[in-house]
Design a protein around this ligand. Structure first.
Ligand code: FAD
Length: 485
């Protein structure tokens, strides 16, 4: 016993001496060379380099900012923007927070249903305060009124985003295996067809296909499953593409054309809040002077800090005692790898009843790729990119083969990643109240690839104090404000 006391005592004393005499790793300061009065270029620091960070960097650098991108991974787009469903689809923007949730999903959520297509909640969430806070804000948005408002805001942003993508493609020569000429939502019976038509009523670019013959005329590859088809809705505003290829090409342009600096393997851990000022209206606003990374680097003397760190925004903003209702919701992606010369669907195929989103990327000389994505799981931050339930990915695969039986002989690959879903399923874009230089562009959920370009362009407008772009449908920046919760 005495020996044990001595061992424990001496360990504590040694640790005390160690802490006293071992200096902490010295902080390394970067970007301190800019004097406070040097206004030659506004310095903007972007945290996170998925599709949202990179497109934000593009618009800000193009407008003359000196942009620094900081990323915790070894390169760009290695988290959610690595491999997704690949659909760019303004036509499919029913908010996840919708009036069907309470009656249709909530039962399955809390009954631990084994139905594969139901939203699943991992037990670890039930002890997470963050989950309850997010869920509370989410359920408040599951009303008919909130859904109509959120759907309108999503449609406006997605149509703007589609224009912005076309502009980017006119200005650059980015290629990203894009090939879909639209999206086709499939209906196996009249009830589903009516639901799809109702959901599409605000989209002007749709065509209702009320018989299986009409569907097959649009997408002949479905002739083999004609008996399953009742009708469909085609939208010409949609397209697709490989998000990872796009991100890598955009990174090259950012470096070569706009001199954007990238710092990899640097995770932002905390903020340095260095002053508080009072606005002319008497509001107290704090100023963030810099950020500290996991390797004790301090990046400071920056004008704007822009958080585009996807699923990790909620924990990071807690450092500033700000609650951002953005929660990770896991999904699955299946890739079917084929020879390049087999028939592919020419448009995205959507079977919402089975939570199935099918999209063929443009084949290259060696191979073709058909992507399939879907399903939703509240798994929290633990195992965020881990393929925890391969059976669910297998389900997506099997449903796809039912629509496209000719794909059965080919190799399949499973992947999993999480969507950063905001409590109303509308992204948070803009400046944070209480801070004079903190901006966010986050919470794009299942629609980030579709909304990225418009979100980044809108953020650039807000940061540079430009008037809101005049587009149809009209955009109201207040609807995306991070202060709305
Ligand atoms: C299964 C699935 C299918 C999908 N399919 C589609 C689709 O078909 N169409 C569509 O429009 N959308 C789709 N999405 C959604 C879309 O892919 C996402 O909304 C989008 O990729 C999110 O981009 P992001 O830049 O916000 O996040 P991410 O791509 O995750 O980027 C965030 C970056 O921030 C970095 N980071 C995090 N914390 C820190 C820190 N503290 N310091 C430094 N760096 C940090 C991360 O490493 C990461 O690189 C899908 C999503 C999923 C999960």
């Amino acid at each position: 016993m005495i020996r044990r006391v001595i061992v424990v005592g001496s360990t504590i004393i040694s640790y005390g001496y160690y802490k006293l005499f071992t200096p902490e790793a010295p902080r390394k300061y970067i970007y301190s060379n800019r004097s406070k009065h040097d206004r030659s270029a506004t310095v903007s620091l972007i945290i996170g380099t998925g599709i949202i960070g990179l497109t934000s960097a593009y618009y800000l650098a193009k407008s003359g900012h000196k942009v620094i991108c900081i990323e915790k991974r070894e390169d760009v787009a290695l988290e959610t923007s690595y491999k997704n469903g690949s659909l760019i689809c303004p036509s499919l923007l029913t908010p996840w927070a919708n009036s069907n949730v309470p009656k249709k999903y909530l039962k399955s959520i809390f009954s631990f249903s084994s139905n594969t297509t139901s939203t699943k909640i991992w037990p670890s969430n039930y002890v997470s305060m963050r989950f309850y806070r997010w869920m509370y804000a989410y359920l408040k948005n599951c009303t008919t009124k909130a859904q109509a408002k959120n759907a309108k805001n999503l449609l406006a942003l997605s149509m703007y985003s589609r224009q912005c993508l076309d502009d980017i493609l006119n200005e650059t020569s980015i290629s990203f295996s894009r090939c879909s000429i639209g999206s086709l939502q499939l209906a196996e019976d009249s009830t589903i067809l009516e639901e799809i038509i109702e959901e599409s009523k605000f989209n002007e670019n749709i065509q209702i296909l009320s018989t299986s013959d009409e569907v097959i005329k649009h997408e002949p590859i479905l002739a083999a499953v004609k008996d399953r088809l009742h009708g469909g809705v085609f939208s010409s505003s949609d397209t697709n593409g490989n998000i990872y290829e796009f991100c890598c090409e955009l990174k090259k342009i950012l470096i070569e054309k706009y001199g954007v600096q990238f710092l990899f393997n640097q995770e932002i851990k905390s903020f340095i809040v260095d002053s508080t000022s009072e606005s002319i209206f008497g509001e107290q606003k704090s100023h963030i002077g810099g950020v500290t990374t996991n390797s004790n680097q301090v990046i400071h003397k920056i004008d704007n800090i822009i958080l585009t760190n996807g699923n990790y925004i909620m924990p990071l903003m807690e450092k500033l005692k700000v609650f951002i209702p953005v929660y990770p919701v896991k999904g699955y992606v299946v890739e079917i790898v084929t020879p390049p010369n087999i028939p592919f669907p020419s448009m995205n195929l959507v079977d919402d009843g089975n939570k199935l989103y099918i999209s063929a990327l443009k084949p290259n000389d060696k191979q073709g790729i058909v992507r399939v994505s879907g399903l939703a799981e509240f798994a929290g931050w633990k195992d965020i990119g881990v393929l925890s339930e391969p059976d669910r990915a297998q389900y997506l695969y099997e449903q796809t083969i039912k629509w496209l039986p000719h794909l059965e002989p080919y190799e399949k690959k499973f992947h999993s990643c999480s969507r950063p879903v905001s409590a109303d399923d509308v992204p948070l874009i803009g400046q944070y109240d209480h801070f004079d230089n903190l901006f966010v562009n986050c919470g794009h959920g299942s629609k980030g690839w579709t909304l990225a370009f418009g979100s980044a362009a809108l953020l650039e407008n807000i940061i540079n104090g430009k008037p809101t772009p005049k587009v149809v449908p009209a955009l109201d920046p207040d609807q995306y404000s991070p202060n709305r919760f």
